[in-house]
Ligand binder design. Structure first.
Ligand code: 7TS
Length: 411
């Protein structure tokens, strides 16, 4: 098991107080906190070797280039990519997904063909496909939700058919916690000759992820949700997929030869990284990967199953409170969305904040899913490596108190 007491000492922010009480940070699906080693890597870069990369022959530039490329290698190894040239730096998951939409789908999806996504996607993995479908005259199909918060795959073979060019799915839902069977979806996509894209924003930070084992062509994820800095994300792409992709930003860094009339593209991965990259935050993301590797991703996942199971049991005992997503903690990530008709999600958020507890409230950028669930909003607690069962107790007490308060008030 993870030694949460020791881990917590690595995160300076966890010792602060909010509204006079210790912070209980349970908004990790939105963004995670950062360990000292990540903060130090950023400061170290700016204090010792801040420089532009891939251009200078001077020492600082070479040091910065080496550090950024080392971070790329670390990220590649972290998800078992074939090569660091399959790792493209982006700003975040959203940009990585849009890169596939603009660079790949706009090129390869034709009128009358199909793109398939799921009913539980974050807007970032839905809206880009709506646009591609509209502009290319393609059809967007949705894999529906089953009763238990999993995907209903009973019609998967007719929804993903031979006219499908791209299948995409979130690996772990940020609104339900559901872990989707991405390996099976990859196999079906392959059967019909479609590309397969995984939104790994909520999986890569929380469990061992192996892109080759899954068999995906693309995977998108963000540094800030995995103990790294904001402003840095990743698109993993298989080499063959990258070679069939067009850059959607053009300019410096991404070219090989330029004349007044024309230009040729640089090698991979630089072809997709126009302009000065986010050197500092890429290096910071490398430090975050080091930290997670130090804990061991198997143990990170184990901790999450344990704390999620504990929270599900405790929430299960609260009358009139609905918890969405699969009942089995083995089948979900550390995300607990809860809802009651008695208390508005935002009121939960406010009352919990008074107790120092940070949770997310709202639609979590999954408005169509909220409609399917028949709710306007949920409150959501989400866990990470530093969260403890004691913090779950504080949360559960505060939720009970809020329900008592609003129920009494409404009588
Ligand atoms: N995909 C999933 C599954 C996500 O959970 C998020 C962010 C994104 C994509 C977008 O990531 P970004 O780094 O590009 O913003 N999810 C959340 C959330 O649940 N609350 O705040 C952000």
């Amino acid at each position: 098991m993870l030694d949460t007491a020791r881990i917590r000492q690595d995160f300076p922010i966890l010792s602060r107080k909010v509204n006079g009480v210790p912070l209980v940070y349970l908004d990790n699906a939105a963004t995670s906190q950062k360990p000292r080693s990540v903060i130090r890597a950023l400061v170290d870069y700016y204090e010792r070797y801040n420089s532009n990369v891939h251009r200078g022959v001077h020492t600082l530039s070479m040091e910065a280039t080496d550090a950024m490329e080392e971070a790329r290698q670390k990220v590649a190894d972290f998800v078992n990519a074939e090569s660091p040239s399959c790792i493209i730096w982006t700003r975040n998951t959203t940009e990585a997904l849009n890169l596939v939409a603009q660079g790949w789908a706009m090129e390869h999806v034709a009128a009358g063909e199909r793109i398939v996504t799921t009913a539980m996607e974050h807007h970032s993995n839905l809206v880009p496909w709506q646009r591609v479908a509209r502009e290319r005259g393609a059809e967007l199909r949705i894999l529906p939700l089953a009763e238990d918060g999993a995907l209903d795959l009973s019609d998967v073979n007719s929804i993903i058919d031979t006219r499908t060019r791209l299948v995409t799915a979130v690996h772990v839902s940020n609104s339900l916690g559901t872990i989707n069977p991405v390996k099976a979806l990859a196999a079906r996509a392959k059967e019909v000759g479609a590309a397969f894209l995984v939104d790994g924003a909520q999986s890569v930070p929380h469990m061992p992820v192996d892109v080759q084992d899954i068999g995906c062509d693309f995977m998108a994820f963000s540094g800030h949700k995995m103990l790294g800095p904001t402003g840095i994300g990743v698109l993993y792409a298989r080499r063959e997929a990258l070679e069939r992709m067009e850059p959607f930003l053009v300019g410096g860094e991404m070219v090989l030869q330029v004349s007044y009339e024309d230009a040729t593209w640089n090698d991979l991965p630089m072809r997709f990284e126009a302009g000065t990259p986010n050197v500092a935050d890429a290096i910071g993301m490398g430090a975050a990967v080091d930290y997670l590797n130090g804990l061991g991703m198997d143990r990170v996942r184990e901790h999450e199953i344990q704390i999620t199971g504990y929270a599900l049991d405790a929430f299960g005992e609260i009358e009139d409170l609905d918890v969405f997503g699969p009942a089995d903690p083995e089948k979900r990530g550390g995300v607990i969305p809860f809802h009651t008709t008695e208390v508005h999600a935002h009121d939960f958020g406010t009352v919990l904040d008074r107790r120092g507890i940070a949770v997310r409230t709202g639609h979590h950028c999954t408005m169509p899913l909220m409609e399917t669930l028949g709710v306007a909003a949920t409150a959501r607690a989400s866990f990470y490596v530093y969260n403890t069962e004691e913090e779950v107790d504080v949360l559960v007490d505060a939720v009970k108190e809020a329900m008592r308060y609003f129920l009494d008030g409404s009588r």
